[in-house]
Design a protein around this ligand. Sequence first.
Ligand code: ADP
Length: 471
Amino acid sequence: MKIIHVSAECYPVAKVGGLGDVAGALPKYQCNAGLDAKLVMPMHRTNFLYNHKWENVFQGRAHIGTYWFDFTIIKEKSNKLGFDLYLLDINGLTDREKVYGYGDDNFRYLAFQIAVVHWMTQWTEKPDIVHCHDHTTGFIPFMMKYAYEYNVLRDVPTIFTIHNAQYQGQFGWDNVGWLPAFDPWKSGLLEWHHDINPMASAVKNAWKVNTVSEGYLQELRYNSNGLEALFEYEKGKCYGILNGIDTQLWNPATDSFLENHYNIDDFVAGKAANKKVICDRFGLDINKPLFSFIGRLVEEKAADILPDAILSCMYLLKEQCVFILLGSGLHETEMQLASINGVYPKLYHADIGYDEALSHLLYSGADYLLMPSRVEPCGLNQMYAMRYGTIPIVRKTGGLKDTVKDVGDSGWGFCFDRAVPEDVIYSIGRAIELFNHPEEMKKVIHRGMAINHSWENTVQQYLELYQSCKT
Ligand code: ADP
């Protein structure tokens, strides 16, 4: 079976969050399982591009509205990622350092999608499945079905995976001319709430849709940034498939970002040594429980409640815990978290920025990982934390609800209901109590490390989804 994934991110080429991790792993595990999976993404100007060798595989010319553009597709020569990786370059549109965050993102990602579809029409053999990820690829199912120019692809099944429904990429009908000419009777299949909405369009037009956890799929029917009625209406073709994690890349026994390695049978010394690396580096107190946070500092992650929760903890829990935070995002939250640096020099450090190496060190050396998220489609952090023997403290939402069971029910984490400082503080209090009972804590850690979140389990579910398009 030939599958082409289309994604804006793919680790280690370019990653902003979980989409990058998934796109870098799922095709690899599909290839390992005997499928022929490939991935195409925009040629962002990141280090990976400059540090690898490429061959030209396609040159084409397409148009977005009246703007004609040339594009080039190159393929990585060494099969570094374990699958065929293609980068698509459009001069002036994809040649940027960041993946998102430009004023013309809607325009440039639509140009990217048009170029991808154009390229596929030139393939001698059609793909068996076109697998699109998130709104930056959301017009592809519509274009393949209803754009006159791409008519030869209308029978090719499309799958749309929703990693995050908060971001939808909508724009006004005044720009409908950006889309290739299509059957005008079908224009309703592009629309949501009077806008052209690629997220909604993908849900309407893809053959099958899935979210990255069952819990998130249920939530979307009452909380999906305006698309609730759509998810209710389309529920017959929507599925929840929990993400896996790349257990080769995320392995405390071999992780190249770590100085001290360990495994499930012998984790105490290795974790303690990595905690020491963190505490030495940031001048933190090693004898107290170390609470970490890693992630985008945005509302969805409830990063805005952290300053209040942390300051209250210092007071209410009598400075019995240490915090280390890594993230970037909303300016106001960044400033608030950074402003606590220096107030409790041995108990708190916030690293504002993106740092892949530090994230691995924190997953391994911290005692706990905080995830108070308001919305969490799957959440990979808690799974990485469990694999590295760090106990997750999570709000019961989306994928967090599906993957973390409370210590009170013989589980491997702490769960709470509301994204408010009080619930975070209460859970931190419970975690301190566990820290003071090391033998009990070891059992909890062991239970978390024993869970297998490998992609191998998930690949089969995707295969069944693909096969269901034929029946
Ligand atoms: P989302 O995709 O919503 O950001 P996920 O939990 O699905 O959240 O994935 C987050 C991924 O991004 C994880 O691999 C996490 O380690 C990584 N990550 C997020 N912020 C940072 C950061 N500041 N530095 C390093 N890695 C980060």
